[in-house]
Write a protein that binds this ligand. Structure first.
Ligand code: SF4
Ligand code: SF4
Length: 164
């Protein structure tokens, strides 16, 4: 797994043009059963990929924090919302709350998330490969294959399974 993660940016770069073409076609003519296919590919991949052996998303990118996320996590720490923001977050160029630094401050050395039960929605949903109308997040997915080994494998399987 570690070797795969290390090579992922290069592997993703090599597939970039192929993936762009595939997702452009997918967007213009998504198959009717796309939601079903994605759920199937997502479930099959996460049966064999253990996020606890990876945590590359937590180490390299970190999530956006919605207002609800901020309120919930601040409450978990018994902190005032503003105090939590000041201590852990900053506002990025898109005006979203993000972590002040990566790896995520809530990630343990054992790759466990110390706020797992109350973690941000974006963490729960990453890499979004079981999302409905998956073709709508093509650009994000093309970026995520360079970070997430599971997303990389899922996109490779998609290209085999979905003939456009
Ligand atoms: S979601 Fe992807 S990048 Fe994050 S820990 Fe799981 S396999 Fe790794
Ligand atoms: S909050 Fe938890 S799941 Fe989200 S990036 Fe941090 S360690 Fe990972």
């Amino acid at each position: 797994m570690q070797e795969f993660i290390k090579n992922l940016p290069k592997l993703a770069k090599d597939k970039h043009n192929e993936n762009k073409k595939f997702f452009a076609k997918l967007k213009s003519k998504p198959p009717k059963n796309l939601d079903y296919v994605m759920q199937d590919l997502h479930d099959a991949e996460f049966k064999k990929t253990d996020c606890l052996e990876c945590a590359n998303c937590c180490k390299t990118t970190g999530p956006l924090f919605t207002d609800k996320d901020v309120e919930r996590i601040a409450k978990h720490f018994k902190m005032k919302t503003q105090q939590f923001i000041n201590q852990y977050l900053h506002i990025d160029e898109d005006n979203d709350y993000v972590l002040q630094s990566v790896p995520c401050t809530f990630l343990g050395a054992d790759n466990y998330c110390s706020i797992y039960e109350v973690r941000p929605k974006a963490c729960r949903e990453f890499p979004h490969t079981d999302r409905k109308k998956f073709q709508q997040i093509s650009n994000l997915t093309i970026k995520n294959v360079a970070i997430c080994p599971a997303a990389y494998n899922i996109v490779e399987e998609m290209k085999k399974r979905i003939k456009l």
